[in-house]
Write a protein that binds this ligand. Sequence first.
Ligand code: KIV
Length: 263
Amino acid sequence: MNILDFQRKKQSNEKITMVTCYDYSSAKLLADSDVDCLLVGDSLAMTMHGFEDTLSATMEMMVLHTAAVKRGVGEQFIVADLPFLSYRKSLAHSVEAAQQLMQAGAHAVKLEGAAGNLETIRHFIESGIPVMGHLGLTPQYVHALGGYRVQGRTDIAAEKLLTDAKALEAAGCFAVVLECIPAALAKKITEALAIPTIGIGAGTATNGQVLVYQDLLGMNKNFKPKFVKVFLDGCHAIKEAINQYCTDVKKAEFPAHEHTYDH
Ligand code: KIV
């Protein structure tokens, strides 16, 4: 998958599949899967580091995890998130942040929101850094939004999201994530844009979908928002395997003869 495939897939009506990935061993697993694109999301602050929100993601974390994913990836396209405020201080600071992610192995960066980002996006694109936009429920704005809530529910808010999406496209973004917005609005935006939309909690009309790896694998039994489908009972499967290991050790059934060196 390369950047041209995003446009091609939209034109040929083929869905784009994206999952988050934060580490080498998951990237190795995903390398053998059908998934098109890996997102080193700033959600890693929560899933991998146990923070309450994505505001705690740092450049150091993003670079470390992007480099680990790069070492395990297959043919997938890697997008890395620019963390909270790393692209809001100055153009030079933003370029420095994007450079670090690209040099760690990302093929593109993602940033949240349109207002105040358009000049930065244009500069990135002119500098050879592909940019994925992110609109709707933008988690880096959680405090400004008053919590994790569906966006674009009023006519004014919906119109603003459509305007923002068009502005991101005009600035040069190659794709845009639409997070937690009504399905009808996601459809309208998707039809209005030439670039693909990738939805999470935005219905089926978007040109692709993204989910957090741990959520789709059922690794977090206390987190089950409406938009998540759990494709594996990972918590149960992993706990069963660990408990079986403990039982086998206690009964001296592991290690068995085949796991033992005779001389
Ligand atoms: O960080 C992340 O996981 C994301 C996705 C939810 C789109 O930005």
